[in-house]
Design a protein around this ligand. Sequence first.
Ligand SMILES: [Zn+2]
Length: 349
Amino acid sequence: MAYSSDIYRIVESKLANIRNKKQIEATKKRDDFLRKFPEAQKIETEISKFAIKIAKNIILGKDFSEKIDELKKKNLSLQNKLKNLERKFSPQKDFFEVNFQCKACKDTGYVSGSMCECMRLMLKKEVYEKLNKFSPISLCSFDTFSLSFYSDKSFEENKNSSPKKRMKKIFYFCKNYADKFSVKSENLLFQGATGLGKTHLSLAIAKKVIEVGFNVIYGSAQSLVLNLEKEKFSYFKEETQNFLKYFTECDLLILDDLGVEFPSTFSNFAIYNLIDTRLMFSKPTIISTNLSMLELEKKYSERLVSRILGEYVSVDFFGEDIRQQKRRKKDLEIIANQKKLTINFIGSK
Ligand SMILES: [Zn+2]
């Protein structure tokens, strides 16, 4: 995949920093060793004197075949003395070697002129970091999610249920989803009114899944459409065709606030196309929306709602407003019945 020149610059500079750090670490270890065993420094000087002596003789074309065995012997004995001291300092065999992060390319990014796998991964990671630059992923985690905002008052018709109990169930469902995330994870549809925790939990999932090394893009439907329309990100100027590619190819796409974007033929098409393509390639997506199924159907198309209903696990975020919950659940059941679909529903009981 082609990357813009500034992405290359960032990664190359990161690699140079890693290399530098690793070399400094190795120098420090050697310095500590020489401080502890000053005689090692003398031996090292002797060894280099031998090397110079041999090189000089070779350059001057002198015949020193008679002395060579003696020189070799002395040199070997000095090398052994040095090795013994090194072993005294650390029994680890490669202790004084530069401990490169990537042994294959020695943190240069290239092996025999070809790009190393480590650099390929770094380039990819850099792009995803840029794509999430304006998302508050670092601000929300499972640890900062509080159930205390939810009422533990049971609803009249169901004495065993309360918003807090249901949210607890949703919380653990999301946490488990993030902990066990794989490229084969299910698609999730977060539905419910604003302020019930949909964004917090989707951000917490994004954070956790990124931490374990997956490529995640988190963005609102509105920003997605805007970026697709305007190719807003400057670093995509050199790779405009790749923009949609990242959205369709990332391991997890989190599409926040579906339905708030300005409706247009383009936005409806872009969203349908993205959701459909990710389903086709079995790439997990999390959609969050304030809209009910009927509202989604009205805003987009029956086709889009059918795709979501058939392939997503519905996670319903409940608050105090029981009427809203009932309406939303009824909507979902009506549509599912019409389409003869079984809905996997989290949080309803
Ligand atoms: Zn490498």
